[in-house]
Design a protein around this ligand. Sequence first.
Ligand SMILES: [Fe+2]
Ligand SMILES: [Fe+2]
Length: 396
Amino acid sequence: MSERLERRIRKDDPAKLEVILDVTRRLMSVTDLDALLELIAQATTQVLKADRATIFLVDADRGELWSKVALGGVQEIRFPVGAGISGEVARTGTIINIPDAYADPRFLRRFDQVTGYRTRNLLTFPMTGAQGTVIGVFQVLNKAEGPFTKEDEETLSSLASSAAVAVENAQLLAAQRKLWLSLVETLAVTIDARDQQTAGHSRRVTRYAEIIGRAMGWQGPQIERLRTAALLHDYGKIAVRDGVLQKPGKLDDKEFAYMKAHAEKTGEFLGYLEFPSDMREVPLIAAQHHERMDGKGYPSGLPASQILPGARIVAAADIFDALTARRYYKPPYPVAKTLEIMDGMAGDHLDPLVVAAVHRALPELEAAVEELKSTWPEAVDAEAELSERDQPAGSR
Ligand SMILES: [Fe+2]
Ligand SMILES: [Fe+2]
């Protein structure tokens, strides 16, 4: 905010200055775009003593403005840059201050008719980004002792410049996150594509792991970490030769030992990725998905105390998918039979707490199995037995 403006507000309305400074501080700490837009709208309403405010953002790729608005639940609305008052402000970067809405031909009463709201006056203001382009638009409605004044425009200009910095930061973070997630998904897809037998396996395990994790009370970053580890748990299979990976029958001992190396390879390969700090455990969780509670798992034969909670969940989700999905060598097992088998594995192989969560999450798991059926490998003559590779209670 300019010094002149700050001095004037300090003199005229010290409380307002406090609010503006407080909002500016808070803006910088919010990185989630939706939460940020909400905060900016609230702050604008408060500072300008208006009834409501909507923040529209420019989607430059599509040449549109969008916002989330409350219309019987939160909805996203979109319209072209150039359309309506906000569109015009986005296109030209100029302020439009309308003191009497119904006397101004630029105001479309249609919106009021849809929402049942009565707009008296409105101030529409561009938000300019670091590159000098309009990145969004503020629209503030119904000033308590309206209409909006020149001073309101100045106040909004100072809020808008802080908001622009925060919005561009949040957009940058969101873009990075999108890139990160799509990279992880691409890795998972390449693994699933190598073998028809396990087509879609990584995605399904991810979904099941998330459901089980939530049933255990996990949320937020814990679930994000779990999902990432589940998506990538078999990544090491990229290093397993086709002849072994795609062998339809039993693997001999040498082949099985070789196949087992995929878990270790998963940890090794993922070790090359620079994970963000809250994701640092991902390679370890993923690499432990064949460890067992009795210490007889692989690759390290870890005792239960050293097996990460996330790995225990991925292990259960992995087996849940091997049992419920169709494979070349076995038909899909019904969920009831799957649970029976998994119950028998609780304690020695699987963590009993995780198996209990599988029981609690049964309705969600069943719905997910139904939905994901389309991703199963194609049907072939099935021998009704598990292969050595998936042998859940196996003694090897
Ligand atoms: Fe595996
Ligand atoms: Fe797996």
